[in-house]
Design a protein around this ligand. Structure first.
Ligand code: GLU
Length: 307
């Protein structure tokens, strides 16, 4: 049972950190979101979810979608083909950095959680057209979140597509190095769209709960994702899910998690629960200031760390 009074206390304390962060502004539409929102939903395996604060406010998945495109690419192509194109190591660089692409193993992105890796992963998703590939990502998200009405936020999608010079240059560099094959613009289009899928904390908590349950939906009993691919996703979430603060997050919170520049965080507590957090004010590494603060509180109080 969640102690509601304590939860409200932690929420208030965490919300007071929002002032030290800023909403992402390189995607103009994200800069318009009020920075002091904070919501969380906890979804224990086998029981009802509990939401607090602004947990019903919609936000876009942004990089949280990278966990699910990785899973889908693994389901479509298998481990060998995926890891021929993308590496398994953290970079220590920003999520949209180009530095290592040229310096180390020319052209091969370090991992599927950085943009270069995620764009490559997106290109591996099966489907005859860009729209079909996006629809398959959307279908997976809808199934895991348990809501068929989930869609793409058109304004955020257009805002990113119109300003994505950096992602475009990464993608064309990947094409030059023959990592990315086919039509670059259509791969980018699928990528921008899956980053713009709109959810709330409840959706993210349910998606995380299924990962916490090794890919099995406890309601239907269906194995939605093979357990091996959930294991791979949790490894990347732990080593590089929280950008360049993944080590610090592992020490302070200690759960596999993935954040996005919209201020969302998906947290997986294996065998116990899924957590969805939303707090759009970001720290300098790109993680939700209030969200990380709140997860620290929960981790200490409920002994969530897997380490
Ligand atoms: N759509 C964003 C981008 O590619 C996602 C970044 C993120 O959430 O880390 O820049």
């Amino acid at each position: 049972m969640i102690d509601t009074d304590r939860m409200h206390e932690w929420m208030q304390e965490s919300r007071s950190c929002c002032g030290s962060g800023r909403t992402a502004d390189y995607i103009p539409e994200l800069a318009k979101v009020p920075p002091d929102l904070l919501g969380i939903c906890i979804h224990p395996i086998g029981s009802r979810p509990a939401g607090f604060g602004d947990c019903g406010i919609p936000f876009t998945l942004q990089s949280i979608s990278k966990v699910f495109t990785l899973i889908l690419a693994l389901m479509d192509r298998g481990e060998e083909e995926v890891f021929r194109k993308v590496g398994m190591e953290p970079t220590g660089d920003n999520f949209n950095s180009m530095v290592k692409l040229e310096l180390v193993e020319p052209g091969k992105p370090f991992n599927p959680m950085i943009n270069a890796g995620a764009i490559t992963i997106t290109s591996l998703i099966a489907g005859g057209t860009a729209n079909e590939r996006f629809e398959r990502v959307l279908r997976l998200i809808r199934t895991l979140a348990g809501d068929d009405s989930i869609g793409c936020n058109e304004a955020v999608y257009r805002s990113e597509a119109a300003t994505a010079d950096r992602n475009r240059s990464l993608a064309y560099f990947l094409k030059h190095n023959k990592v990315l094959e086919g039509d670059v613009e259509s791969h980018l289009d699928v990528y921008f769209k899956h980053c713009s899928i709109e959810v709330n904390c409840g959706h993210v908590a349910r998606m995380a709960m299924i990962l916490a349950n090794q890919g099995r939906d406890p309601e239907s009993g269906g194995q939605l994702i093979p357990a091996r691919y959930v294991q791979i996703a949790k490894v990347f979430m732990t080593t590089c899910g929280m950008y360049n603060a993944s080590g610090e997050f592992a020490i302070k919170v200690g759960i596999p998690a993935k954040s996005g520049v919209s201020g969302g965080i998906l947290g997986v507590v294996p065998g116990r629960m899924g957590i969805g957090v939303f707090g759009p004010a970001l720290d300098e590494k790109g993680n939700s200031v209030a969200g990380v603060h709140l997860l620290e509180k929960l981790s200490q109080a409920w002994e969530l760390s897997i380490f």
